[in-house]
Design a protein. Structure first.
Length: 385
């Protein structure tokens, strides 16, 4: 039965129930808030620990003392004579005993002979280690840079160093290692196969280029045409031509044999060092190093460069009695004046390479190279310098 004043007992009971529910809700919310704060602290603690563990696991990667790819990149990125000559000298000094530099340059697309000749001219002028800007002495070597790059553009050369040059590195202890080539992800999707029939070209009247046809007949030995074929005749006044051709063939054959011998010695030495280091062929440490063999290889490299200069100087011009060559084109007789004698190459680093750097326990294999070097009539050795 209801009360007359105030709320009924049922209403009071309902209010009590509601108040209890609100208190319980407040308790639950408080617990959730406290739990979230605790969870955030736990997450921060755990992730900080993971970060510290990851940082401790990261290895220290040492910076190499010298990198063949970096040196080559510097060489092609700065196509001026001074920088290229200086960089080539550094590459030969540091990596010459481990890789055939000339063959590497040729395979890469550069003309190793032109680059070596240019470097030799800077050496002769004692300009390789001058601590000033040498970009203004390009006239010393003429258009050598263009000859070195040939058909290879500087942009193409700069982009192929990572795939065209061995990844050889020298660490702080002088150990040489070769690392794998860098793999690169594709930068664009493969082109879709467009299997569409080509549209036929518009029909054009059949015309014949008579002049082109006549030219083809002139150069085709099997064709017959009512015209006199012509060819360049042999020089009339070059009395030394045949003799010099024979000497040239002999000299180039000797040079090729020396290059083959030097490559064999270098290859055997690298294999010996790899075996002594307990590593695959091509990978070496300081184990097995032989100062005598390394000195001999350095002398051999210098000897080969001088041999190439000897051949270039000796056969650059065919000397004649009156300094003219006469030849025929068909019935037309022509003549030209030969250039002056280029003179001898003055070699000033003989004492350093062949005398001063000889190790104490040398087997003197390089002395045979000295004997042959002194027979080069186009090389003047400045032994006192």
């Amino acid at each position: 039965m209801s009360k007359e004043c105030g709320i009924s007992e049922a209403a009071a009971a309902l209010n009590s129930t509601i108040d209890g529910a609100k208190a319980k809700a407040d308790e639950i919310v408080g617990d959730i808030t406290s739990g979230i704060s605790s969870l955030a602290a736990d997450i921060t603690s755990q992730t900080s620990g993971i970060k510290a563990d990851l940082e401790s696991m990261a290895p220290d990667i040492p910076v190499p003392a010298a990198s063949l790819q970096s040196m080559m990149q510097n060489l092609v990125d700065n196509p001026n004579p001074a920088t290229m000559a200086q960089q080539l000298a550094e590459i030969e000094e540091k990596f010459g005993p481990h890789v055939d530099v000339s063959a590497m340059l040729d395979d890469f697309g550069l003309d190793s002979k032109e680059l070596t000749d240019m470097s030799s001219k800077f050496k002769a002028a004692d300009l390789l280690n001058v601590p000033v800007d040498l970009s203004g002495v390009g006239s010393l070597v003429g258009g050598a840079v263009d000859k070195i790059f040939g058909s290879l553009s500087a942009t193409d050369a700069q982009g192929k160093v990572c795939i065209g040059i061995p990844k050889l590195e020298i660490d702080a202890n002088g150990n040489v290692t070769e690392k794998g080539k860098e793999s690169k992800a594709a930068t664009e999707d493969a082109a879709a196969d467009q299997d569409v029939a080509e549209k036929k070209a518009d029909i054009k009247p059949d015309t014949k280029d008579v002049s082109a046809d006549n030219v083809l007949k002139l150069i085709d030995p099997e064709s017959k045409v009512d015209a006199e074929k012509f060819d360049f005749g042999t020089p009339i006044n070059n009395k030394l031509a045949e003799e010099l051709k024979k000497e040239f063939a002999i000299d180039t054959a000797k040079l090729a044999n020396h290059e083959k011998t030097a490559r064999k010695i270098r290859s055997d030495y690298i294999k010996t060092r790899s075996t002594a280091s307990g590593l695959p062929i091509g990978y070496t440490t300081s184990a097995g190093r032989d100062p005598d063999t390394e000195h001999f290889l350095n002398c051999y490299r210098e000897f080969l460069n001088l041999y190439k200069i000897q051949i270039q100087k000796k056969y650059q011009n065919l000397e004649t009695d009156d300094k003219t060559s006469t030849f025929k084109v068909g019935e037309l007789e022509l003549s030209q004046t030969t250039t002056d004698d280029p003179g001898n190459y003055k070699y000033s680093e003989f004492k350093y390479f062949f005398i001063e750097t000889t190790p104490k326990k040398s087997t003197n294999r390089h002395k045979a190279l000295i004997v042959e070097l002194k027979t080069f009539d186009r090389i003047t050795i400045l032994e006192g310098e």
